[in-house]
Design a protein around this ligand. Structure first.
Ligand SMILES: NC(=O)c1ccc[n+]([C@@H]2O[C@H](COP(=O)([O-])OP(=O)(O)OC[C@H]3O[C@@H](n4cnc5c(N)ncnc54)[C@H](OP(=O)(O)O)[C@@H]3O)[C@@H](O)[C@H]2O)c1
Length: 206
């Protein structure tokens, strides 16, 4: 049966033991793989990831045109730097994903929003809606693991891409989120090695 959601890639930098924190990721390699591998039409970001970026945002060059859409799962309306995100030079536009219990937003806030789900953002409905936008076929997830874990549990991840860093015993947040990872059958797509001891693993989720 054809999928009613776009192709979803979870691309994460991890330690050998699967954590996304506690080490310095090779950002240049991480983003080089993003820009040369999938040609994403949208980035689906967790609110924690975006909140961790907000203090580092400076006046950017403006929207990237053409560029991917940035959609943020923000059920609690905690993200505030929408304009700075849009102007950062990575995305063409921004989109807030809310649910019916999301607190009221400031009047006149410029960011468009989609409201799906009751207590939390309905991720499948959000992806369906994003996928109905013209030209959106590939969505990359930007998350330290918690959003990826929810998407995996809901059967919404098509590809897992891990850039393994040569470090272990550091950090405490796994790339599959909280609790044990869901059982999944994986089909290998590709592997590669890079300088600095980095290993890249790509799998299709069956
Ligand atoms: N190593 C890497 O590759 C990498 C990549 C990106 C980020 N990071 C780091 O990772 C950290 C943040 O990652 P994180 O894993 O803590 O958080 P995250 O994935 O960025 O954010 C958690 C997201 O999951 C959503 N969520 C949780 N449960 C849900 C459910 N049942 N239904 C729908 N949505 C749900 C939350 O929505 P609500 O807001 O609505 O609650 C939130 O958007 C930052 O420190 C960042 O720097 C690392």
């Amino acid at each position: 049966m054809p999928s009613d959601t776009p192709y979803v890639v979870a691309h994460l930098a991890v330690s050998l033991d699967g954590n996304t924190d506690g080490f310095t990721l090779d950002a240049a390699r991480f983003h080089q793989l993003v820009s040369t591998t999938w040609h994403e039409d949208a980035t689906l970001a967790g609110s924690e990831t975006v909140l961790s970026l907000e203090p580092t945002l400076i006046a950017g060059p403006g929207p990237k045109d053409p560029g991917p859409l940035l959609a943020v799962v923000d059920g609690r309306a905690r993200v505030t730097h929408w304009q700075e995100l849009r102007d950062a030079g990575h995305w063409s536009e921004v989109l807030a994903l809310h649910c019916r219990t999301t607190p009221p937003r400031p009047i006149g806030r410029f960011v468009p929003e989609i409201v799906v789900g009751t207590d939390q953002v309905d991720l499948r409905a959000a992806l369906r809606s994003i996928g109905r936008r013209p030209g959106v076929e590939v969505v990359r997830v930007a998350s330290g693991g918690r959003l990826v874990g929810r998407l995996l549990a809901d059967g919404l991840v098509d590809e897992i891409s891990l850039l393994v860093h040569p470090v272990m015993g550091v950090g405490s947040r796994t790339w599959w989120g909280e609790g044990p990872p869901p059982a999944r059958t994986l089909q290998p797509i590709d592997t590669d090695t890079f300088s600095g001891g980095l290993v890249w693993l790509r799998y299709r989720v069956a």
